[in-house]
Design a protein around this ligand. Structure first.
Ligand code: GUN
Length: 314
């Protein structure tokens, strides 16, 4: 029997509707503000940032896109980030990656105030997530994957999750999220990567297999345990003269082959991508609420009432 198709499009639509209702209940002065910064004119980055802004507006978040030329200087970009840090109407700052080579990407990400870091890329947020904090802004793609798994009825608790890919955007924070105690966590986690010998021997151990390497055909049917849940994070353009654009999008997983073996699988497009965007909106609402609480009388994090920051012994 072919695998269940897990629709990120459908789950993200539900999530956005929930966020829209949440934002609508806020007084006008408390509407969250998101700023996206796009450097250069890479078509894929422009498309992603456009989608993020449109989705923000649709749920009622104030959205501001700042376009900078490819040859913007490091100091100029730093100045833009500092201006957004100081802007009380902006609660979330996203600098679309990758940045041009002449810009020090690490320094730019470190310049974003951790409480406005809706990408969860600042070392303070990365570190707090790594020690098991739950009241933290976590990266959008892995957080979206956890939400997708939970809402599709595939709770990772007690499961062996194999992640293929060790990037800072997906693989590493994915492991940190799945290792946390409590909802969405409590998994046994293995990370495989480009230097893992016999990748198939590792991926076949997975109850849940998450593939994020950016290479089509990385995982084929023989590498998947029958009944496993497969999450495909890859978004790759492959030439296809039969389409109007001349290309089509495929993931890292051989979808047609793997769907005959897996129990459930996310499609590309329509799987993880929409969840990444919906989670960015959720992070922006969370950031606005935390900033408001910090500046007001409150002390607890409203974003996650079960929050228990601190280290995680075992
Ligand atoms: N480039 C690819 N994915 C991402 C992301 O999640 N955030 C940012 N800022 N840039 C990206």
């Amino acid at each position: 029997m072919p695998a269940e198709i897990i629709s990120g499009t459908d789950v993200a639509r539900t999530l956005r509707a929930e966020l829209k209702a949440q934002v609508a209940r806020l007084p006008e002065g408390q509407v969250p503000g998101l700023a996206t910064v796009l450097v250069g004119d890479d078509p894929a980055s422009r498309a992603y940032v456009g989608m993020k802004n449109r989705a923000a507006v649709e749920v009622g978040i104030h959205s501001r896109q700042i376009d900078l030329p490819e040859d913007v200087s490091h100091d100029e970009l730093l100045g833009v980030v500092e201006g957004l840090n100081a802007d009380p109407g902006i609660h979330g700052i996203l600098v679309q990656l990758p940045l041009p080579r002449h810009v020090d990407e690490t320094a730019i990400l470190e310049a974003i105030l951790p409480e406005k870091d809706v990408d969860g890329f600042h070392p303070v947020n990365v570190g707090r997530l790594a020690v098991g904090a739950t009241d933290v802004l976590a990266p959008c793609t892995p957080r979206g994957i956890v939400e997708l798994l939970l809402r599709a009825g595939h709770d990772p608790a007690g499961k062996h999750v194999v992640i293929v890919g060790r990037s800072n955007i997906v693989g590493r924070p994915m492991a940190s999220l799945l290792l946390r105690r409590g909802k969405g966590g409590d998994a046994t986690v293995t990370i495989a990567h480009s230097r893992t010998p016999d990748l198939g021997a590792v991926t076949r151990l997975a109850d849940i297999l998450i593939v994020a390497v950016g290479r089509p055909g990385t995982v084929t049917a023989d590498m998947v345990r029958p009944g496993a849940v497969v999450v495909d994070v890859g978004v790759n353009r492959v030439e296809d003269a039969s389409t109007e654009r001349g290309y089509r999008l495929v993931g890292d997983v051989d979808f047609d082959g793997v769907r005959e073996v897996a129990g459930a699988i996310t499609p590309v497009p329509g799987g993880v991508g929409p969840m990444t965007i919906a989670t960015l909106l959720s992070n922006t609402v969370q950031a606005a609420e935390s900033i408001r609480q910090e500046s007001g009388a409150g002390t607890a994090s409203a974003a996650d009432p079960a929050s228990g920051a601190g280290t995680d012994p075992a």
